[in-house]
Design a binder for this molecule. Sequence first.
Ligand SMILES: Nc1ncnc2c1ncn2[C@@H]1O[C@H](COP(=O)(O)OP(=O)(O)OP(=O)(O)O)[C@@H](O)[C@H]1O
Length: 235
Amino acid sequence: MSATDTANVSGIVAGYGDTEVLGPVDLSLRPGVTALLGRNGSGKTTLMRTLCGIIPALSGTCTVLGSTVADGAAVRSSVGYLGHESALASALTVEENLRFWENITSTYPDATVVPAEELVERFDLADLLDKKVSSLSRGQRQRVDLARLAMTDPEFIVLDEPLTGLDPVYAAQTRALLSEWGETRTVLYSTHSVPEALELARHFLIVQGRDLIELDCDHEAVTETTILDVLEAHA
Ligand SMILES: Nc1ncnc2c1ncn2[C@@H]1O[C@H](COP(=O)(O)OP(=O)(O)OP(=O)(O)O)[C@@H](O)[C@H]1O
């Protein structure tokens, strides 16, 4: 553990009820982009949801920015999570959703709230404002979900496969957004694309069986072959 760590995980076992999926694992996350890789069903989503306090760890402790994630209120405004399922209300319009989240986030203790108008411009949402979320395409909805996530300007950003299924223009914009966030914040994102991970990240977490293998470009040469070797070791 070091003073610059954003998240510290100690002996975490992640899973559901009686079913252990991953762990026990220890890990630390620092500012920058970390890519999380692993085979289908290996536990990436489970781990990310545990780190954000969405599901409880079966054992072990997880601290984010000095607060334990079990204390949901303490981490709510400092952690931004984008999962497979949208956090938006599908029967409301995009504008209504942004206003709703603006109201909710302004109640978080010590929260920064980026005004909806600023997010509309930054995430290019002007043409979508009057549309119901239920009528949006997956990529359009993700844009709104990212704006919702950015509303609290979180220091720890966790994104589950944010680059899957996007058109080339929006994929490039999202890659640029991740890189920009990674300059000052801690970004953990999952992906199945090794080349894309190598382009975006300098730190890699790879699920191997119930363990997490860490690779770090600052300490070793990380290549597609190194990552594939780790992924295939338990195939
Ligand atoms: N709600 C749940 N209850 C019980 N088991 C679950 C639940 N959600 C996922 N699992 C199981 O946990 C394991 C890990 O799933 P998880 O979704 O974390 O994998 P993943 O690495 O994100 O997979 P993928 O790459 O396919 O998205 C799988 O065996 C899955 O069946």
